[in-house]
Write a protein that binds this ligand. Sequence first.
Ligand code: NAD
Ligand code: LMR
Length: 325
Amino acid sequence: MSSATTVAITGAAGQIGYSLLPRIAAGEMFGPDRKIRLQLLEIPPALDALRGVAMELQDCAFPLLEEVVTTTDPDVAFSGASWCLLVGSKPRGPGMERADLLLENGRIFVGQGSSIDARAAADCRVVVVGNPCNTNCMIAAAQGSRLGPERYSAMMRLDQNRATALLAQKAGVAVEEVGDVIVYGNHSPSMYPDAANARIAGQPAPAVIGDSDWLRGEFLETVGQRGAAIIAARGLSSAASAANALIDHVHALNTPGKTLHGLAVCSRGEYGMPRGVWAGLPVRTSAPGVFAVVEDIEHDSFARNALEKTGAELAHERELVADFL
Ligand code: NAD
Ligand code: LMR
């Protein structure tokens, strides 16, 4: 058994937290041989609820769970953390776009970004889930200089999983037959889930699906609007699938290999994304926590147009939060 990994999670008493924490403590994020220390952050009104969650974690008697800290102090939560999972923030309600949360949620990531830069472990990786996650991630990363932008990623994995499941359903194959599905740009309706370069049972997805109108229409619309559809149906935003996607995100980022996966990372201009925004891009993990953007994927003019639009939206969001950067 290796030494414990310290994981800081913000908004831990919320919906996503409730689905996420037992799965991390059970070893689903870091593997069955890795002890876990959880450092859970909440705002004062949610501290009692957080203590209740901690009691439940204790009552699960997870063999891997070494310690649970509950706190309202970011400096305590992020102290020595190797992973900071930034979930805590307000979710949108019916009829809202994620960008409507920009100013209210964005300011959370100013204080937390500074605290992470001062307190987290030298090997720390930061993953932002709280919406609008791309721009919040940029805000958090902008507060520090110690860790560097490559340590910060935002979650596009829920979009990737949605697109993968939808392609599998349309093709009538098992989910594991579908691969290389990358969602580019912003976690917003402008996102571009690239089916043209996806594979189904080893074949190009467009050839297997055989319906380009569906791929350029209903497919893009369904993936892009899935979060809103869940809010309309549940009255609450996705939580179990978001927690699941975060486990997939961290696992993929921590597992070297040839598999392509999607993260929102600091753009250096790849695929026309504006430099310095956090955009969904294809990556491969080369060592635990270390990735490289894959730059040789080809796109037709339909895709390039979509990439330009989602990139422009990220640049616009950056202008709106200029005071936080
Ligand atoms: P929730 O309201 O159930 O929980 C959020 C928690 O964050 C609450 O307990 C709240 O007290 C806490 N919180 C608020 N401000 C905080 C702060 N400054 N520090 C620490 N904790 C704070 O919401 P949820 O359903 O868990 O969703 C959380 C966020 O994740 C939302 O912004 C939501 O839109 C986003 N989300 C993102 C994705 C994605 O794919 N990127 C998917 C689903 C949800
Ligand atoms: C999602 O995609 O389900 C989340 O980002 C929540 C939302 O606001 O749509």
